[in-house]
Design a protein around this ligand. Structure first.
Ligand SMILES: Nc1ncnc2c1ncn2[C@@H]1O[C@H](COP(=O)(O)OP(=O)(O)OP(=O)(O)O)[C@@H](O)[C@H]1O
Length: 736
């Protein structure tokens, strides 16, 4: 918000103002209390009345009136209950407006029209608004008014509160020349006060201090793709979260029913942002890290740079599709059955033909019936003509018989089992097989690297999740039928090997559940944060979550940890090219002190002269510090720096270190034993922030991460107040 020089004020005025604001806020809380009680009473009454079938006694208009009011009151009460009690209070802003520049200025404060802005809207008993929801159109001037376009606002006031208690007031005077003399103005500006606050381990909402350019992105209509760009700390994440809350407010039916999904880079990041939406009274948004987008998988492990680059590349499509169509390892290679007095055999080549034909148009797990038909045809062809009589007289009868033989059944179960994406992905760990599927797409070295990466962990990595998702489209779900056939066996297989006896209704319920599971995740709106980090394969996975969705895409290419940001961008463009695009750019860095960001900006500009660098406005007078030590002393030096910084800042300290160095640094930090300090890798630091940051060996961060200097740029832009780098060389420092 614009910072206008503010007149000094005395303590008495401040006390009086605080008391007056508290009175209004108390009124709001009382009203909500009454509303909540009456809402539940009415709900109970209504229920009782409906049960006695006496509803007709209430006049219709009375009922409609009651109904509308009840719904509103009840919804308000419910939202209040949902608000995080620990968080800032319900009412946080006030606008005092006059009638506009073409009308005479007000001569007394009482002539101004005042309007309170809060997390939700609440009305008094006469239905007059006591406070309006921050997302309502009438609240827009609170965020958009500036000195040059004040939208009739004379004074904008931010109420700082702790729960229901007002603890401070920050005013902006937008039209000093039109302000009545008795209009008190106090505080140092809400934005600066909020930016200088100590950071905790979770992100807070910014509902009281949203800036005009952020507000435009938050309230943009949900059409096509909304792209929100901007450098580090410009509020992209927090704006995306407020946008999710805004969309729910603007069209609750559509977005609550259809679902809103927020996708972020890591579980740590999701934990960091998870309080923001509940603090705005919204609990229905799904938050998922890219490693958690496939149901039942929660991947947190990350591959090393080379393997991640291969797994993320679009070249994996062909590799996976070939794997999904290939023979099952260790399955029998010939089929032999004794039937109708003859031994009939289908050899390996013929089996391969049957498999390929069955898979021509149908995903593997859905092609069982087709494959069985192909086998019957092959067997029939080899069944001696002179035996084709009686129950073996035609192909259909022969087929019924032959598929019922134990030899056929055993063969079929092994040759055409239901395949899970997990099992097929594991096949890629065998370099000989992988070679067959990948020889046109990957180099021999890449094949070795990929196979070794697949074999190296028992857990799936974050990059694997997109491959699992891709495989599930090639494999498909087995069809669900209520008869006893091999597809239904698949359902029984879900019961962990316990051979249950199922009643008909249980079978039906399971069939329905399986059908549901088959529905694609189909959200009405998907917000992708740190979008620059999605690999092309991850874009494919993410866009499957919203075939009909509108999108909000948030990111900064200069912070990309993908080695080829243009490739990732092209993948996104091709997945979403059918949608209209609206772009917003955020231009102010609210996180870093001006001193810290000036340094980070210099570092990135040396490699990416065109990087979009925002303005950092908050000066602290404290320059980042670069310390040089012997290579063997780095961990201790990092620990010492962290211990010093803990004394100097009130909030959190992050020590950012490559995965190879992390264990040593963690040991040193364990000795400090302060929960305010954490060690984390450059990748984990994405999107997070700390009061102070220790950057351990910046040159290794460049050489050991996929993003190189872009990863270092992310690390150098995590601190709000202080930053210390520790290294054994100076060559990484930007040349002056
Ligand atoms: N209008 C605002 N009022 C108060 N704080 C703000 C405002 N806008 C952003 N901030 C704060 O600035 C910090 C950075 O915001 P955020 O993490 O959303 O930025 P970002 O653009 O996603 O950053 P990065 O790309 O570096 O991850 C957060 O602490 C956020 O709360």
């Amino acid at each position: 918000m614009d910072q206008t020089p503010l007149p000094a004020h005395d303590d008495n005025v401040e006390r009086a103002e605080l008391a007056a604001e508290q009175q209004h806020v108390d009124l709001v809380y009382d009203r909500v209390d009454v509303a909540a009680r009456s809402a539940s009473r009415i709900a109970v009454d209504g229920h009782a009345r409906a049960q006695a079938q006496n509803v007709g006694r209430v006049r219709e208009e009375e009922q409609t009136g009651l109904y509308e009011r009840d719904v509103l009151v009840f919804a308000a009460a419910r939202r209040i209950a949902e608000l995080d009690a620990e968080h800032e209070g319900l009412v946080f802003g006030r606008l005092d407006s006059d009638k506009g520049d073409d009308q005479p200025a007000a001569t007394a404060a009482s002539e101004l029209e005042s309007l309170y802005v809060g997390r939700i809207g609440v009305r008094d008993a006469e239905y007059e608004p006591l406070v309006i929801d921050w997302r309502a159109p009438a609240a827009e001037p609170f965020y958009r008014a500036t000195g040059t376009d004040r939208l009739k606002v004379v004074r904008r006031r931010v109420l700082r509160n702790k729960g229901p208690r007002i603890i401070g007031i920050e005013d902006d005077l937008l039209a000093p020349e039109r302000a009545p003399e008795d209009l008190p103005v106090m505080g140092e500006g809400a934005l600066m006060a909020s930016l200088s606050r100590a950071r905790g381990h979770t992100m807070r909402d910014i509902v009281a201090t949203i800036q005009a350019e952020q507000d435009r992105a938050i309230r943009a209509p949900a059409r096509g793709v909304t792209v929100i760009g901007g450098g580090p700390g410009t509020g992209k994440t927090v704006v995306a979260l407020h946008r999710a809350a805004f969309l729910l407010y603007s069209d609750r039916r559509r977005f609550e029913r259809g679902g809103v999904l927020v996708v972020g880079p890591s579980a740590a990041f999701m934990a960091y942002i998870e309080r923001v939406l509940p603090s705005l009274g919204e609990n229905t948004v799904s938050l998922r890290a890219v490693g958690e987008l496939v149901d039942g998988v929660k991947a947190t492990a990350v591959d090393d740079a080379d393997a991640a680059a291969i797994k993320g590349s679009l070249r994996m499509r062909g590799v996976l599709s070939r794997a999904a169509r290939d023979r099952v390892p260790n399955a029998p290679t010939t089929l032999r059955v004794f039937i109708g007095g003859a031994t009939v055999e289908v050899d390996t080549n013929q089996l391969d033909n049957v498999r390929r034909n069955a898979l021509r148009r149908t995903p593997r797990n859905r092609a069982g019936a087709e494959a069985r038909k192909g086998l019957v045809a092959a067997l029939w062809q080899r069944f001696p003509e002179d035996l084709r009589t009686g129950v073996y007289g035609d192909r259909e009868a022969f087929g019924d018989r032959v598929t019922d033989t134990p030899a056929f059944r055993t063969f079929f179960n092994q040759w055409w089992p239901v395949l899970t994406p997990e099992a097929v992905l594991r096949w890629l760990g065998d370099p000989r097989r992988l070679q067959r599927w990948a020889r046109n797409e990957l180099t021999p070295v890449e094949i070795e690297t990929l196979a070794a990466a697949i074999r190296s962990t028992a857990d799936f990595t974050v990059a694997d999740v997109a491959l699992l998702d891709e495989l599930s489209t090639y494999l498909g779900h087995p069809p669900v039928q209520e008869s006893r056939d091999e597809e239904f066996d698949w359902l029984e297989g879900l019961s962990d090997g316990v051979n249950e006896v199922l009643t008909t209704s249980e079978r039906r319920a399971r069939a329905a559940a399986a059908r549901d599971a088959e529905e694609p995740d189909d959200y009405a709106h998907v917000l992708v944060d740190e979008a620059q980090d999605l690999s092309p394969m991850q874009w494919r996975m993410v866009t499957r979550r919203g075939p009909q969705a509108s999108w909000t895409i948030v990111g900064d290419p200069a912070q990309s940890s993908w080695p080829d940001p243009d490739e990732a961008r092209a993948a996104m463009d091709s997945m979403l090219s059918h949608l209209q695009r609206h772009s917003f750019r955020l231009s102010t860095n609210y996180r870093n002190s001006a001193e810290i960001y000036a340094f980070a900006g210099e570092v990135i500009r040396q490699t990416l002269p065109d990087a979009d660098l925002p303005n950092a406005v908050r000066e602290t007078g404290i320059e980042p510090e670069h310390r040089i030590f012997d290579a063997s002393k780095i961990s201790e030096a990092a620990g010492d720096a962290a211990a010093e910084l803990l004394q100097l800042v009130e909030g959190t300290v992050g020590v950012i270190v490559t995965p190879t160095q992390r264990p040593a640094v963690e040991r040193v930090l364990a000795e400090i034993g302060d929960p305010r300090v954490v060690a984390l890798t450059p990748l984990e630091s994405k999107g997070l922030e700390y009061d102070a940051v220790v950057v351990v060996e910046p040159d290794r961060i460049v050489s050991e991460t996929l993003g190189g200097v872009r990863a270092l740029y992310v690390v150098l832009t995590r601190a709000t107040q202080r930053m210390v780098t520790v290294n054994s060389t100076t060559h990484w420092l930007p040349s002056k």
